[in-house]
Design a protein around this ligand. Structure first.
Ligand SMILES: *Cc1c(COP(=O)(O)O)cnc(C)c1O
Length: 271
């Protein structure tokens, strides 16, 4: 097995400065009435484990990864109290490998009953806590992004029949090792560039979707979802996390802002 080499003092200092700057921006843009402090997930895809370790030493505990094998490899090298968030496209045939990571904290990209079932079945008896899952919503309607269609208040009367509500009900009722924690979206980048002041329509769509889905889950009488009676929402990346926080995001996923540009494989993969 590979071993963890430490990063240079210069790189560690850069990472610590980046983290401090992002944390300050998160704090500044968190609405005063926010029910909980937002979680910053540092997205470390394509970045070496030594970068993650340097952030860990600055008290960062939540990290996000897009590729199952890369996550497996890093998790084996890094401290066991890291909370790993899987944020990439989940193929059902990778569920077993993903579920083998003891400190996998959340899978933010569930889009099908099949994937939820595969993950639930793959989780072993040694896991002490249920695995948090987020259902991915395609708020921008772009073909390149995965996720289920959002819900609007106009959908509320029949919302229990929507693909999103059906998946939520399946997780709550039929997946005992999963905990439905919330909803996740990426949203269109174009919408975000002008968004900090004007508001981002895709983020507003996820907020409405959450409200409609919560109402549906309550009407169905199912329990055991969300945190303190609310579904959390995960939205906001390096270029738009401030707008997302303003819209009420509970979890922001910041890669480039913490680790710098990704060079290895180029662009952010469509997910
Ligand atoms: C890569 C990625 C991020 C982080 O993107 P940055 O623009 O580098 O902050 C966040 N969420 C998802 C789903 C990603 O794939």
């Amino acid at each position: 097995m590979a071993s963890l080499t430490s990063t240079t003092p210069e790189r560690a200092a850069d990472l610590h400065a980046n983290l401090a700057a992002i944390r300050a921006r998160v704090q500044k843009h968190t609405p005063p009435a926010a029910p909980r402090p937002p979680t910053l997930v540092a997205v470390s895809k394509y970045k070496p484990a030594s970068d993650v370790q340097a952030c860990y030493e600055a008290d960062q505990r939540d990290f996000g990864e897009n590729y199952v094998q890369e996550l497996v490899d890093k998790a084996a090298l890094l401290p066991a109290d890291i909370r790993w968030h899987f944020i990439g496209t989940l193929q059902s045939n990778k569920a077993k490998l993903l579920a083998s990571i003891p400190n996998l904290y959340a899978v933010q990209t569930i889009t099908s009953v099949k994937a939820a079932t595969a993950l639930d079945k793959a989780l072993g008896p040694t896991r002490t806590a249920p695995l948090n899952v987020f259902l991915q919503v395609n708020t921008s309607g772009e073909d390149a992004k995965s996720g289920l269609p959002p819900l609007t208040p106009a959908d509320a009367p029949g919302a229990a029949d929507s693909a999103l509500a059906q998946l939520a009900l399946h997780v709550v009722r039929a997946c005992p090792k999963l905990h439905l924690q919330g909803l996740m979206t990426i949203g269109a980048l174009a919408a975000s560039l002008e968004a900090v002041d004007k508001g981002n329509e895709d983020f507003e769509r996820l907020v409405s979707t959450r409200e409609v889905l919560e109402g549906t889950l309550r009407a169905q009488g199912v329990e055991g979802w969300g945190e303190d009676g609310r579904l959390l929402i995960s939205m906001g990346m390096s270029s738009d996390f401030e707008a997302a926080l303003k819209a009420g995001s509970d979890i922001v996923r910041v890669g480039t802002g913490v680790f710098g540009e990704r060079h290895l494989k180029g662009e952010v993969p469509a997910s």
